[in-house]
Ligand binder design. Sequence first.
Ligand code: FAD
Ligand code: NAP
Length: 582
Amino acid sequence: MAKNSTTREAAPPTQIQAFDAVVVGAGFAGMYMLHCLRRLGLTTRVYEAGGGVGGTWYWNRYPGARCDVESLQYSYSFSEELDQEWNWSEKYSPQPEILAYANHVADRFDLRSQIVFDTRVIAATFDETSKTWLVETDRGDKVTARFCIMAVGCLSAPNRPLFAGMRDFRGPIYHTGEWPHDGVDFTGLRVGVIGTGSSAIQSIPIIAQQASQLTVFQRTATWTVPAWNEALSAEYLKHAKAHYPELRAKARARPTGFYFPFNIQPALQASAEERETQYEEAWKRGGLPFLGSYGDLLFEKAANDTIAEFARQKIRGIVKDPATADLLCPQNVFGCKRLCVDTGYFETYNLPHVRLVDVSKTPIERFTAGGILVDGVEYEVDAIVSATGFAAMTGSFDKIKITGRRGRTLAEKWRAGPRAYLGIASEGFPNLFMITGPGSPSVLASMIQAIEQHVDWVADCIAHMRDVGASTIEPSREHEDAWVAHVNDVSTVSLRSTCSSWYVGANIPGRPLVFMPYIGGFPVYVQKCNEVMNSGYDGFALEGARDCNAPPRIHFTERWQVPLDMDVISPAAVAAKRVPVV
Ligand code: FAD
Ligand code: NAP
């Protein structure tokens, strides 16, 4: 067993160090994975491309960045002490505070000593003889490990569309997902923002406060609901903390992995007046739970039309110029792409120095030295903000050459779309685990909960392998195929499968169109994971094990043995695959 090392100098590049586990990424997933592996006594090395912990919250420092799941729930739940000692300042806390929280966790649980920063993993190769992974980095490190855990993030590979003339542009071009650490001062500048997804929606109102002129280039109008963000009072926090364990338990039982009041009744069974009242109340509460106004909104187009029309009326009520309001009114299914949560987004278009350019029919032609050309018109800008999102779910896997059995790469295997059993492991790649991989609820759940459930499952799995003396674990092709088919099958029931979102990889030309996250609901998925584990890893082959199918000793996953919340997930809904997911 190798000694853990904090400094790059400790290991000359030519010397191959051996670890029990290598974790790639030090966001919330990588940090918690390290914590659990240490509790198991495994020697672990974490590689992180960034200069610090926090992942998403390390990279996405654009103005206005904040979470859209309430902070009291968008946080780790594995430590009651941590829950009690940390104070969130706002309902939806801003990026600096979430990053401070990540740093606090790293210090509190003494994680930094095993993380090597500013180092990108470029290759991971399985050696069938030694049954270990050889992991290589862009700094020349070579280490081996029995387990390789990909905690690389679902939204961590920025999408930078190549526009003609990019090199001609004289000003700076920023991507929201790789924002300069010193911040950017747009005071007095003419700024162009490309995109109107969550990152744009959050940053546009703030950039507009600084810029002398703001031009937004919109390809698809976006559904967004007001956050009604607010400071959390000391009394509120005290009350919330007194009931934290109950809140966490209720969250685990919900399809989204976070708790909020949810109305399971179908919109189509309510009268128009009832719907208006219901939507108005939900709008006043704001945020993602707005989509929980009724139970059929993501299954019945006619039901969805009612919430869509309500939201369009809100846009028309806010935006004064009718032509701009029309452009801002989405025509696609409400909540089909990831719903956004905003503060003052539509109001921004009432400012005299803000304009909206439609690039849906006439795409951005090119960048010029001084601006952006669309349909023959040059829009002059001094700086460009590319809020163009990510190569979601698989983008960070694509950047690593991952080679499994018989020299086959993951890229080859995933050419027509990602394939993984439970979104945790892929056949042909033994002892390689993915945290919130494709085929798991991941981005359709509150992600920190999804991360914790995966990490706990993987930690118990590794402990079981040690108990039974298994050298490798790997899913069977048959079980993987069945799971991938199930993930596809369930997705077709939801209206979410009908639009060109990043959920299906449609935001980037050339990607295979496959609905990647599991949409059947978080607790349904957790039950499946529990069943697989309790049955002695049904669907997995354990090599070299003495008693491989013995039921495992459950330690980390104990807290996920939760009953389904029958208010929301009735057996009939599960059978019909109609589990509402916000
Ligand atoms: P990440 O935080 O993405 O961390 C992955 C890390 O792996 C990164 O630091 C990256 O540098 C590193 N990495 C990747 N490849 C390599 C490599 N080859 N070598 C070394 N290091 C590598 N989710 C919610 O549930 N609620 C929210 O409110 C919410 N808000 C979000 C806001 C923004 C702006 C974005 C972009 C996402 C948001 N998400 C939200 C999703 C968010 O990504 C997750 O909540 C969570 O932070 C993911 O943690 P992670 O550790 O899995 O991945
Ligand atoms: P995104 O939702 O994918 O939005 C990217 C935007 O860029 C879209 O409007 C897209 O248009 C546009 N775009 C992409 N390529 C373009 C091109 N060539 N020309 C013109 N427009 C182009 O990315 P994101 O806003 O970064 O958000 C990604 C995800 O991260 C979110 O869905 C969410 O899960 C998470 N996130 C959360 C928050 C939060 O509120 N907590 C904040 C930011 C991000 P099309 O729609 O037409 O493709």
